[in-house]
Write a protein that binds this ligand. Structure first.
Ligand code: S3P
Length: 176
């Protein structure tokens, strides 16, 4: 039986462009765009920062795992995964069922610049020395991101359309 992985799951650290790239990619592929963070906020009835603050990161991770499990049987979607989704192996196994996993990376400096610019709130980066915190978290997570990715793109010096084009190129080659 040929397994058709019709979803694209975007993984990678905060600020690597998953949301911006995912939206454009979904339009180009005529697929539905979903963000795990949106589904988590919806099911909790509060924002991501509120979940972290009131219920703790552990509760957030539980909700994240439920959401990923719930969407893992769906098809034809571009899934923007929260940066920590790879911390739980169950999430990766669930995503792998129907998704090609594409990793977006960026230098710590590019990540810092982007998270400072965008309006998204990141409870994990609520510290004095954000660059140091980014480097710390990256060094813990990098091996996981790389292990689980089918394809990887360094977005540090690329704009959204260039990243999307690279993904489309990869998909064209991968599907033959
Ligand atoms: C997190 C990343 C966030 C969000 C939450 C935790 C992480 O998503 O899920 O704040 O652990 O890296 P983005 O990667 O979309 O910012």
């Amino acid at each position: 039986v040929v397994r058709m992985r019709t979803n694209i799951a975007l993984i990678g650290f905060m600020g690597t462009g998953k949301t911006s790239v995912g939206r454009v990619l979904a339009v180009r592929l005529k697929k539905e765009f979903i963000r795990t963070d949106d589904l988590i906020a919806e099911s909790a009835g509060k924002s991501i920062p509120e979940i972290f603050e009131e219920d703790g990161e552990l509760r957030f991770r539980e909700l994240e795992t439920e959401v990923v499990k719930r969407i893992s049987d769906k098809k034809g979607m571009v899934i923007d995964c929260g940066g920590g989704v790879i911390l739980n192996r169950i999430n990766v196994d669930n995503l792998k069922k129907n998704s090609r996993i594409i990793l977006l990376t960026a230098s710590p400096e590019a990540i810092l610049e982007r998270v400072l610019k965008d309006a998204e709130q990141r409870p994990l980066l609520e510290t004095q020395d954000k660059l140091e915190r980014i480097k710390q978290l990256l060094s813990l997570r990098e091996p996981l991101y790389k292990r689980f990715a089918d394809f990887e793109i360094d977005t540090s010096n690329l704009d959204v359309d260039q990243v999307v084009d690279k993904i489309l190129e990869y998909l064209k080659d991968a599907s033959v």
